[in-house]
Design a protein around this ligand. Structure first.
Ligand code: FES
Ligand SMILES: [Fe+2]
Length: 425
């Protein structure tokens, strides 16, 4: 249980708030590159700020404050020029650094435009996504995590925006005990209500085996989450060395080995989810090149307007949103099994303190020699990737069938002989 004041400290994301200042030290995805092929100007809201992302006719990306500094019309209705974005109202032209290049209605000899500097933020492309950084200079490196930069792979990204604070999504990733119920018993109940058979044991998370213990270890980019399953001893390899990475502040590797769930704080009461997948054969089988990384909407609601809970991340999303726009943590009752949540909140508070003192929070990367490809080792399991796809967001992808066929040919790495002996399924 937290005080109202502590809850605010952990959940506020806007400019000038302690939490917002800490969250601004990270890069966030704000769009799929494919979206800009369809429309080169996109309104974006990130960390409580309204912005406009554009690609000019010269191919350069820019991210500007949404409201034109002249008479405050939204640049969302601006149009791209060879260089920069032009406001639709009186034609002021801005470049990617916020410089005003033209003011068509001002006298030709005027230097007024040189006095204008509009808000602008750095953006980069990686893995079919556009990434933005809203923090102070110098910007840290954009971390090159494996799924974004591996060659010989296909990718896609599902998107959905939820009406709840980012912390609810992040806390879910360290709340390991929900898996047995929300993704186990409840999932089967939902299938029963739909007149569908329960899932086979092999299709369930961890082969349907109960978790009996959990552990959390800090690593360079966040936390490693470990679980011990019923029937496995203390020497179970995954318990000793394994774990699923949780990347601070709010990403998790879940939904298959080549996937990441990226939760982006839009404002205090909204979170954008980028459900990212990378389909890559372990055996080096050549993959035909992909023209662009498709972006698709994940179906959050059914025909009754209720959350669709017949897929795993849909179940999680329902839980996050049902906790309220900003969960009132002064009313919760935490038990011993919630220690991951308690530990994570302390980590958020610690990182807020670090930033207050002028330091970098966990995972902020400034060493280029560390940023070739950052491999995120994840929990191994007996369930093949393709089974994850059927229960996760990948099933909604426009390339689902082709990707599934690719992964069926994929030679999934198996446990080592030593681990197979101790793994419990
Ligand atoms: S409001 Fe943008 S140019 Fe006038
Ligand atoms: Fe979950």
């Amino acid at each position: 249980m937290l005080s109202v004041r502590q809850n605010q400290l952990l959940t506020q994301v806007g400019p000038g708030t302690p939490g917002g200042n800490m969250l601004r030290r990270y890069w966030y995805p704000i769009a799929g590159l494919a979206e800009l092929d369809d429309d080169p100007v996109k309104a974006v809201r990130l960390l409580g700020e309204d912005l406009v992302l554009y690609r000019d006719r010269g191919g350069r990306l820019g991210l500007l404050g949404a409201l034109c500094p002249h008479r405050r019309v939204s640049l969302e209705y601006g149009f791209p020029e060879q260089e920069g974005l032009r406001c639709c109202y009186h034609g002021w032209l801005f470049d990617h650094e916020g410089r005003c290049l033209e003011q068509p209605a001002e006298p030709p000899e005027s230097s007024f435009k040189d006095k204008i500097r509009h808000s602008a933020y750095p953006v980069q492309e990686m893995g079919g996504l556009v990434w933005a950084y809203l923090g102070p200079d110098p910007a840290p490196l954009l971390p090159r995590f494996d799924v974004f930069v591996w060659d010989n792979a296909w990718r896609d990204v599902g998107v959905g925006t939820l009406p709840c604070n980012w912390l609810q999504c992040a806390e879910n990733s360290v709340d390991l005990t929900h898996v047995d119920y929300l993704h186990g018993m409840y999932y089967d109940y939902v299938l029963e209500r739909q007149g569908r058979p329960p899932r086979k044991k092999a299709e369930r998370r961890f082969g349907g085996v109960k978790q009996v213990d959990m552990g959390f270890d800090q690593f360079e980019f966040g936390l490693k989450k470990r679980r011990r399953l019923e029937g496995a001893g203390e020497d179970y390899r995954e318990w000793q060395e394994g774990g699923n990475p949780f990347i601070f502040p709010s990403w998790t590797r879940a939904g298959g080995r080549g996937s990441l769930q990226i939760r982006v704080p839009v404002d205090d009461t909204h979170t954008a989810c980028y459900l990212y997948s990378c389909y890559r054969p372990d055996d080096g089988e050549p993959v035909p090149s992909q023209a662009r990384v498709p972006v698709y909407e994940v179906p959050l609601f059914d025909e009754r307007g209720k959350f669709r809970t017949d897929w795993i991340t849909g179940q999680d999303m329902m839980a996050w949103v049902m906790q309220g726009p900003i969960m009132d943590r002064s009313l919760e009752k935490l038990g011993a099994s919630d220690r991951g949540v308690i530990l994570f909140r302390q980590l958020v508070l610690d990182e807020i303190e670090k930033v207050k003192k002028g330091g970098d929070p966990i995972g902020v990367l400034r060493d280029p020699s560390r940023n070739d490809v950052i491999v995120l080792k994840r929990e191994e399991g007996p369930v093949e990737n393709v089974r994850f796809m059927d229960n996760h967001w990948q099933q909604f992808s426009p390339i689902y069938e082709e990707a599934k066929a690719l992964m069926l040919r994929h030679k999934t790495k198996r446990f080592s002989a030593q681990n197979a002996a101790s793994q419990p399924v």
